[in-house]
Structures are given as C-alpha cells and as structure tokens.
Design a protein around this ligand. Structure first.
Ligand SMILES: [Zn+2]
Length: 378
C-alpha cells in the first residue's frame, strides 16, 4: 500500500508521540511546549534541551551537540530502532487510519485545521506577550537594586552605562514550574533582572527574566524536590525575531546570545544587541544543507552552516554594516557552536553586511574574559 503525503501527515498527527517520549524522560510544560532532559542515550543532557511540541507533534533537541529533531517517524527510527518507514506506519495502524480519512469533510481538511492551529498559536503568543509586558511594567528602576549590584560588581561591569530603558528590576518575582504532570507551583521567588525584547517596530515582544541571589552575588539556584536544577533564566513572550537592544544602533555592533555576554561587549566599547537564545541569534539551517561529520564525536554530524533565509531570527538595525558575533568559548561542543555561528556569518554576508566571530580565550565566555582582564590589570 502506498501513502500520499496527506495520509502520512494524518498518521503522524494522530500518533501519541508524547506518551512514547514520556517513557524515557520527564517532560515539563514550558509555555506552549514541553521540555525535559534529552532521552537519547549518547547525549548526557543536563539542561533540559529536549522539546516536545504538542501542536506540531514533533520533537527537537536544542543542544548543538545533539540537534535531533523530527516527527513520530523520526523518533521511531532513531530512538526505537524501527528499520523502515513502512514498519513505522504499520506499527501506528496507518492502514486502518487512512481508510477513515475519506470520511473527513472539508471543514476538517488540513488547510482549515492549520488555520485554526495558527489562530490558536497567535492568540497564545499574544497572551504570553501581554503577561510579559505586565511583569516588565511592574519592575523598578535598575539603579540601586540588587540587579545593579549583580551586573556592576559580580559581573565586573562597574563602569559601563547600563541601558535603563530596557533593563529593570523585580524585587520578588515568582518562578513557576510544573512539579507534576499538569500541576504548576511557585518553586522559588526572589529578586530578578528584567530585560525587554523589542520587535523592529519598537513594540514590546517579551520579557527576559534572570533570578538572582538575594545579595546579587550570582544567579539564584532553583532546585526542585527531585533534585533537578532549573536554569535561573526564563523568557516570557514570543521573542523570536525580536532583540534586546542594550546599546544604540551603530554601523559596527556586537551580537550575542546572553545579556551578560553583550554587556561585556559594551564594556569593550561595542554597542551590542542580544538574541536571548542561540536559535534567535543564528536562525535555522537549510533543511537540505550539508552537514559535515563531527570531528570529535564519531557517528554525529555538525549543524549545517547553510542558512534557511526564510527562518526567523533576531531583528538587526538598518544602520548595522559590520557585525561582530560574540561567541562563548566555554561551550561543551565548540565545533557545533562554531558551525551555528558560521551560519549566522554567512547569512549576514548574503544580506550585504560583513560579519565575523569573536572568540574569547578557550574555556571562557565574554564575561570571564573581561573579569580576567580586570584582575590582570589590578
Ligand atoms: Zn539531545
């Protein structure tokens, strides 16, 4: 039996990928999606890089060293060891399913369903954006706060002008997490640094939240009852395609993933914008792009350096002619990161800008680097 693309889509959509993943890892709700530690045995994931998307019914590991993604079929073949596409379809009762497709009327057709899905996603995103805006609006001025202590003293950014319009402070911000399936609780509360993402038209997009220790001596440690440590950073709102504008638009600018990285670039006299995530910094790779073998990890491939020009990534100012991409040399997989950043360089060049990557000394991120410089000078 042969299956049409539409029939295969239908089979993929009906399969319970969530259940199958849950047998191997704990997924927690994170906004519209679920995330957890990557279940692939060759990936020792400590950061919950693995995401399940219930609307698309797909999975993706955001770790550069793993980078696995796909549908239920990909999951079955890569994780569960199914040998062929047809074996997967049979196991999913695909033949039975497609026999019922004919009964679908037009209102249940794929175009109608996709439109409904997109409407729902847009409504969810607008809700998250509004919630993020309320958090940011409720924040206080940075100056004199624990967040200022964190940036100026703990991060060694003492003398730079901090962008007060985009950075704010929350004195007692709750941190919500899914402690059991469907059960959300405030697992931590405390001071936090807030930062505003903006779209090209200046509109507020999302709030970046970094929870801090009460004295500002570092990031808060947020540990669940089962011992899992959660990252002390969260973004609320649809931030993809927007930027954290830490400095003014300029012909030469630094672009980086994190706020601390970019502020460290500013300490070097460079105006910087932050992307908030690697994905928003570099954009997606072309699906059919060439992926070179990983030089250190046998059997794995690097992310492609060929950009998908239609994919969303951070907004850049028109004035920007020359981009300096601020890398983290303390990444676990430098080869993977290098490939992703190369992709951002290629995309910038195709857009008529020059671009290059600035690597701090091995084992350091931008902030470690300026802290070291400061210690050496003292
Ligand atoms: Zn993984």
């Amino acid at each position: 039996m042969r299956f049409s693309e539409f029939q295969v889509d239908k089979i993929k959509q009906s399969a319970n990928l969530y259940e199958r993943i849950c047998q191997h890892t704990t997924l927690r709700r994170a906004g519209r999606q679920y995330s957890g530690k990557c279940p692939f045995p060759d990936h020792d994931d400590r950061n919950a890089s693995f995401v399940f998307d219930p609307i698309k019914n797909t999975f993706r590991c955001y770790s550069t060293e793993c980078d696995r993604a796909g549908s239920i079929i990909d999951w079955m073949m890569e994780f569960e060891g199914f040998r062929s596409f047809l074996d997967c379809i049979r196991d999913l009762n695909g033949e039975e399913l497609v026999q019922n497709i004919g009964q679908d009327n037009e209102r249940k057709g794929p175009v109608y369903k996709r439109q409904k899905m997109e409407d729902r996603i847009a409504a969810d995103q607008e809700k998250a954006r509004a919630a993020g805006y309320r958090i940011f609006k409720a924040g206080h001025a940075l100056s004199g706060s624990v967040a200022e202590t964190y940036l100026r003293e703990t991060r060694g950014l003492g003398d730079i002008g901090l962008p007060e319009a985009v950075l704010r402070f929350a004195s007692d911000l709750p941190f919500w997490a899914e402690v059991r399936k469907g059960k959300f609780e405030v697992v931590h509360r405390g001071p936090a640094l807030l930062a505003a993402f903006q779209y090209r038209d200046n509109r507020f997009a999302a709030v970046h939240q970094t929870w801090l220790k009460p004295d500002g001596s570092g990031k808060a440690e947020i540990v669940l009852d089962d011992g899992q440590q959660l990252p002390a950073k969260k973004i609320r709102g649809p931030f993809m395609g927007s930027s954290l504008r830490l400095g003014p638009p300029a012909p030469i600018m630094g672009l980086g993933e994190g706020i601390e990285t970019c502020l460290s670039g500013m300490a070097h006299g460079l105006s910087c914008w932050a992307a908030g995530s690697l994905g928003n910094l570099v954009g997606r790779g072309w699906v059919h792009g060439i992926r070179e073998p990983h030089p250190k990890r046998i059997g794995q491939r690097l992310p492609t350096t060929q950009p998908d020009f239609t994919s969303v990534r951070m907004d850049l100012p028109y004035r920007l002619r020359s981009a300096i991409i601020l890398a983290d040399s303390d990444s676990k997989d430098l080869d993977g990161l290098k490939a992703e950043l190369e992709r951002a360089v290629r995309r910038a060049r195709c857009e008529g800008r020059s671009a290059r990557i600035l690597w701090p000394p091995l084992g350091m991120d931008m902030n470690d680097w300026i802290m070291k410089e400061r210690r050496d000078a003292a």
